[in-house]
Design a protein around this ligand. Sequence first.
Ligand code: NDP
Length: 281
Amino acid sequence: MTANIIDGKLVSEQIRGKLRGEIERLKESGVTPGLAVVLVGEDPASQVYVRNKARSCEQLGMYSEVHRLPAETSQVDLLALIEKLNEQSEIHGILVQLPLPKHIEEKAVIEAISVDKDVDGFHPENVGRLVVGEECYVPCTPAGVIELLKHADIEIAGKHAVVVGRSNIVGKPVSILLLQEHATVTICHSKTANLQEVIQSADIVVAAVGRPEMIAAKHLKPGAVVIDVGINRLADGRLVGDVDFEDAKQVASYITPVPGGVGPMTITMLLKNTVEAARRA
Ligand code: NDP
């Protein structure tokens, strides 16, 4: 068996096409969805992410502003900027690019963003709403994972979904979303005993670990659906996921590539949340 490839770029383009129409309608009614992206420091990967986010906004006719602050920016100054953005009516979504420099408390920054503008969905109030199943901004990468499964017409209800990774930005929220879709969910992490056995029992595997190609064909149940969130840069410059794509695709029924799988969906979901924020405003 060779797996069907779930093309994140294609799904992303389809969703962006729909968003474009919504943005035009909003603009006709006098509202241009606006996103503010804040970057502290010069982390090269973060710079690329921020540039891509701003460019994607422009491509869809949204307003965006990027605030690039030096690495030595104080927490007080960063919080003051967020406060200003919270008040700015042309800004509907605020995203602070993580990770932040060590001297800044991430929690304080996330909590300072207005819940109504928290398009990353990291504010504890949004997280709480997500857990109890209320309307909220869903974190972008986990939302992208679910969209990919739905676009590929993959049945989630009743399936055993194994999520490898329990971070607040990917593993935990994607587990909640899978549960809401009626999967039976197992969450694995670095202390999980018999990881291989657990993964082998999965109908759907979501890998969000950050370890290059740790999941291979021998770990998978034949016909499993594999969603690879991992983005790992190898010493030779290649970008790979947490799954050994070439190997795993021999036994999986569906699989996402890296790059071109979950990655493009993350920004698309951010744009979607920002349009939603503008609509609500
Ligand atoms: P974190 O480092 O925050 O979390 C990694 C998780 O993996 C932790 O829960 C950790 O367990 C678990 N883990 C580590 N080693 C093992 C192991 N050997 N076996 C089982 N579990 C293990 O990472 P993120 O969640 O932020 O990101 C995960 C990956 O996804 C990264 O490659 C990242 O670059 C990528 N990513 C991709 C995005 C996209 O847009 N495609 C967006 C965000 C992230 P423990 O909790 O016990 O330490």
